[in-house]
Design a protein around this ligand. Structure first.
Ligand code: SF4
Ligand code: SF4
Length: 437
């Protein structure tokens, strides 16, 4: 079906608008409001789940149009899915906001600058080869001390807020950022229990390659033969969360093709946001006759790394990771906690490390403000949430902060730096690898 946007009276088109049945499930009770980070920061009903559902309904019934001020309320949603967890009526807000965002991208003309930034993000971030082309100048920017000078000089404040935000989350680059160092097959240590594939991710592969290396080593030590296809792209999470439906579908098909014929027991993912999207492939490709069944079969194989290890049990002996007790706080990433209902498994794995003491934080279900590229596109709200999250994480005085999502790690590190605190932030797999090694 070819859809022609009508930018004069923008509204939802006929291709899968937010479903009236899903909208009608909302009984307007408001239980979700207190859990919603955008509502907590902005404080307006229209920036809450209930308010956005009302806006979707009003567009469906023709009472209002998809005007720029309405789009702002959809854009302010972090997609954290805390409202889905909180809702007693089982409202599938995730499906509603996905449908609304795809409609916005098709039918709302964004400003030139907004469009340019989004085009840059969606044409570069999901493609590691393109991202790596940018690394050399960024590496020089860091190594020559320009980044430190620019940050301390106050020059950054002259840039638009979104560019400031992009610069501020850039982590230090290392050799592993430039090439994929993992072999295509890592044998199981000891008796082989499973044959699994590992998804390396797009941003994670470039900015956190050590997390993939740790994941593979932990799997191998626990009896897994690990297959890591050399050529593999992005899972589509970034595009999916921002309504770039066609791009997300293309990336999903590529991912299924890449892992489909490898004779795997499971496909393992270590990033929370990616895991949630991978598990949604059945929905994403439901209208594609060629891939619909393949997507459903693929989804059955997908496991978050914590979910997988907790299910099959770890057999590798674990040693202390320091000479004294190490206090760790675990940060719940939204797409693991709310999107996949996984919260006990990472905690139970970490607790198996002999000298590790796990501390809990207040408001652990509140988003850190990273939310994919939200901290670039909506920097003010993201700043507030990042600051709150870091305050909460620091309260139990941890030695280490553990986070299962690359975006959260970058956001937390940024706010630790802003608060001049030096607590290391790492993925739970890095801690397990240290304990095994
Ligand atoms: S997804 Fe998160 S930010 Fe969006 S409405 Fe739900 S709770 Fe609020
Ligand atoms: S989304 Fe759920 S919790 Fe929120 S107002 Fe509607 S029914 Fe209540």
């Amino acid at each position: 079906m070819t859809l022609t946007p009508n930018f004069n009276t923008p509204t939802f088109d006929q291709k899968s608008p937010p479903s009236p049945e899903l909208i009608d499930a909302c009984v307007h009770c408001g239980f979700c409001l207190a859990t919603c980070p955008s509502y907590r920061v902005i404080g307006k009903e229209t920036d809450s789940p209930r308010g956005r559902i009302y806006l979707m309904d009003s567009i469906n019934t023709g009472e209002i149009s998809l005007a720029p001020e309405v789009v702002d309320h959809f854009d302010s949603c972090l997609g954290c899915l805390a409202c889905v967890t909180a809702c007693p009526s089982g409202v599938q807000y995730d499906k509603l906001i996905s449908a609304a965002r795809a409609q916005v991208e098709r039918n709302h003309p964004r400003s030139v600058l907004d469009n340019l930034l989004r085009q840059f993000i969606f044409r570069v971030f999901p493609y590691p080869d393109r991202l790596r082309l940018l690394l050399s100048p960024l590496w020089l920017y860091q190594k020559l001390g320009l980044q430190a000078w620019v940050r301390s000089s106050g020059l950054l404040r002259l840039l638009p807020k979104r560019l400031q935000a992009m610069e501020s989350i850039m982590p230090p680059l290392n050799n592993g950022s430039f090439t994929d160092r993992l072999p295509e097959l890592v044998p199981a240590r000891g008796e082989k229990r499973y044959r699994v594939g590992v998804i390396m991710g797009c941003v994670q592969r470039v900015f956190q390659p050590q997390v993939n290396e740790a994941t593979v080593q932990v799997l191998a030590a626990n009896g897994c033969e690990v297959v890591i296809p050399r050529v593999q792209g992005c899972c589509g999470a970034l595009s999916c969360h921002q309504g770039q439906e066609l791009q997300a579908q293309d990336l999903a098909r590529e991912m299924i093709d890449r892992f489909g014929d490898l004779d795997l027991d499971y496909v393992i993912i270590n990033a929370a946001g990616c895991g949630h999207t991978l598990k949604e492939y059945g929905h994403l490709l439901q209208d594609d006759p060629k891939y619909k069944d393949k997507a459903q079969n693929f989804v059955k194989q997908v496991k978050d790394i914590h979910e997988f290890l907790a299910e099959v049990g770890m057999i590798a002996p674990l040693k202390p990771i320091g000479e004294t007790t190490v206090r760790v706080v675990y940060q719940d990433a939204c797409h693991l906690l709310h999107g996949q209902k996984i919260s006990l498994q990472p905690r139970s794995l970490l607790k198996q490390i002999p000298n590790l003491e796990l501390a809990e934080i207040v408001d652990s279900a509140l988003c850190c403000g990273s939310a994919g590229v939200y901290n670039i596109l909506q920097p003010e709200v993201a700043e507030e949430l990042g600051n709150q999250k870091v305050n909460n994480l620091l309260a139990p005085q941890p030695d280490i902060i553990a986070s299962p999502n690359v975006g959260c790690v970058l956001q937390i590190r940024k706010h630790l730096t802003l608060q001049q605190r030096q607590v290391p932030v790492c993925h739970p797999m890095e801690l397990l690898y240290r304990s095994i090694a």
